[in-house]
Design a protein around this ligand. Structure first.
Ligand SMILES: [Zn+2]
Ligand SMILES: [Zn+2]
Length: 255
């Protein structure tokens, strides 16, 4: 499976001279390779921006080119979580869960966006952690550092989906803002697939802050807060009806 070689050649050719303009958010698809991982076989797609020089990635299972209703997960880079297994957030768990779900469905895309610390950068994220050790929650800490609560920009993600000729997606997320932001950038979203991850003792406070301040959709019965990354664990519609217990929900992997 995967994206066939002739399609890869075509994508690279059509991206070679691509540019949306000097002041526009723009990425070019520049390379595609097989990527066997501990969580299954994928292809990895490299994107570069002709404007800010940032490099983004898409981890792909199956051939999503020209398809509708493709399961898509947006993941913002988190060095501490993804790389070091930090328990201050649940980014790595969300990433692994998304990889597993996509493997099970044999079709899907993880857009890995290089916007560490929800857009504030690595050093500022660590400064915010430092502030949190002095009693501030994650949103207060970011504000003290002069950032809005969430600086991520979904324009890049929307562009990456367009570069892959994906017609419509089912967003793997619990965050209603993500749905809105992507739609604002022209992405057609046909549904949402929840990710459910139970909190740990270290990220509970973080998750609780997100639940209270960012309007994340959490409706687990005991209202245990959920994770960092853009969206939290749990899932399910609406926000009222209790869901079975601890991660048993729907198609997700409770770990
Ligand atoms: Zn462009
Ligand atoms: Zn993280």
């Amino acid at each position: 499976m995967g994206i066939p070689p002739e399609t890869v050649d075509q994508l690279i050719r059509e991206n070679a001279e691509h540019c949306c303009g000097e002041d526009s958010i723009c990425v070019r698809l520049v390379a595609v390779a097989d990527l066997p991982t501990r969580l299954g076989e994928f292809q990895i797609v490299a994107f570069t921006s002709p404007n800010d020089g940032k490099e983004h990635a898409a981890l792909i299972r199956g051939n999503p080119i020209g398809r509708s209703s493709v399961p898509v997960r947006l993941h913002s880079e988190c060095l501490t979580g993804d790389g070091f297994g930090s328990l201050r957030c649940d980014c790595r768990e969300q990433l692994e869960l998304a990889q597993k779900q996509i493997r099970e469905q044999d079709l899907g895309v993880i857009l890995y966006l290089r916007q560490e610390g929800r857009g504030i950068g690595f050093a500022n994220k660590i400064k915010a952690y430092q502030l949190q050790e002095h009693g501030y929650d994650t949103f207060q800490a970011n504000e003290l550092l002069g950032f809005r609560p969430d600086e991520r920009d979904y324009a890049i993600a929307a562009h990456m989906l367009a570069s892959l000729h994906i017609d419509s997606i089912r967003l793997m997320s619990n965050n209603p803002d993500k749905v809105r932001d992507l739609e604002m950038h022209g992405v057609t979203i046909e549904g949402r697939i929840p990710l459910v991850i139970p909190p740990n003792p270290y990220n509970r406070r973080y998750l609780e802050a997100k639940r209270l301040k960012a309007g994340h959709l959490l409706d687990q019965p005991n209202a245990e807060p959920v994770p960092e990354q853009v969206d939290e664990a749990d899932g399910s519609r609406g926000g009222e009806a209790p869901v079975p217990s601890a991660g048993s929900g729907s198609s997700t992997d409770p770990r």
